[in-house]
Unconditional design. Structure first.
Length: 264
């Protein structure tokens, strides 16, 4: 399969580094869209769904370019990487041989943030790793393998987006449209800011999905909520807590597990 590496023109050092890491593998550079060159707010509204910053928009456009490049070729699968990942020594084995990909699978996340996620206890053996079915959001879109069908669906889902690319791919909508979505465990790649030793050099700091800091303004005095609003909030609190607990219990009843995805 072809590897599509998303890289900003302004970051030639990153590209040189990735070219070295991927030497001997079939890879292609995707010119990333610069958020500074498109219209939009500096920061996204929270929570998602909401209004996306121009940097989030640029990130989505960059991933769309990678998906379009996959469809323009003849490969059944493509691997999309952002240019700030560290890869496992086993990475080449998984790229050179597609037979490990679960039948009917359209999307496999090969990256991790190491944060806990919910997944099916049953798994599919993939060489010296396993593919698990994701049942919760796993943030990050710096490394994934997608089929041609998956690329077509994701291109549909990223028209007029209201959330970041990772929330589209691995959020509820993505898991429903591309069911099942798999996570490779342990993961094959990780961004530097999720490694225990942190960044290795300044050029690795995020630039594609980056929100520039806004000027710090004095905090306004907190507004006092009317008494009815306070009463309503306190009345709703136990029901909200019960809803959260019920959701967690429901996931456990489905024989799901929750743990972090390591990088090896």
């Amino acid at each position: 399969m072809q590897i599509f590496v998303i890289n900003l023109d302004q970051k030639p050092g990153r590209w040189q580094r990735m070219a070295g890491l991927l030497a001997g593998l079939p890879f292609h550079r995707i010119a990333a869209v610069d958020g500074k060159a498109i219209d939009g707010p500096e920061q996204s509204s929270r929570p998602f769904p909401g209004i996306l910053s121009r940097y989030h928009q640029a990130c989505i456009l960059s991933h769309r370019a990678a998906l379009q490049a996959l469809l323009a070729g003849a490969d059944r699968y493509g691997c999309v990487l952002e240019d700030d990942v560290f890869i496992s020594p086993d990475f080449p084995k998984f790229i050179r041989d597609e037979t490990w990909i679960p039948p009917g699978c359209d999307l496999v996340k090969i990256e991790t943030t190491t944060r806990p996620v919910w997944f099916t206890g049953r798994h599919i053996a993939c060489r010296n790793r396993r593919a698990i079915r994701l049942h919760s959001l796993h943030l990050g879109a710096a490394g994934y393998i997608v089929s041609r069908r998956g690329a077509e669906i994701l291109l549909e889902m990223t028209v007029g987006p209201d959330r970041a690319i990772d929330r589209i791919l691995f959020g509820k909508a993505g898991r429903e449209r591309l069911h099942p979505v798999y996570q490779l465990m342990p993961a094959l790649c990780i961004q530097g800011n999720h490694r225990g030793d942190g960044m290795t050099f300044p050029d690795m700091e995020s630039s594609i999905d980056h929100t520039a800091p806004l000027p710090v303004a004095p905090k306004p005095a907190p507004l006092r909520k009317p008494l009815p609003a306070k009463v309503k909030r306190e009345l709703l609190r136990p029901f909200q807590q019960l809803q959260a607990a019920t959701k967690t219990a429901g996931l456990r009843l489905k024989s799901l597990r929750r743990e972090g995805v390591p990088f090896v």
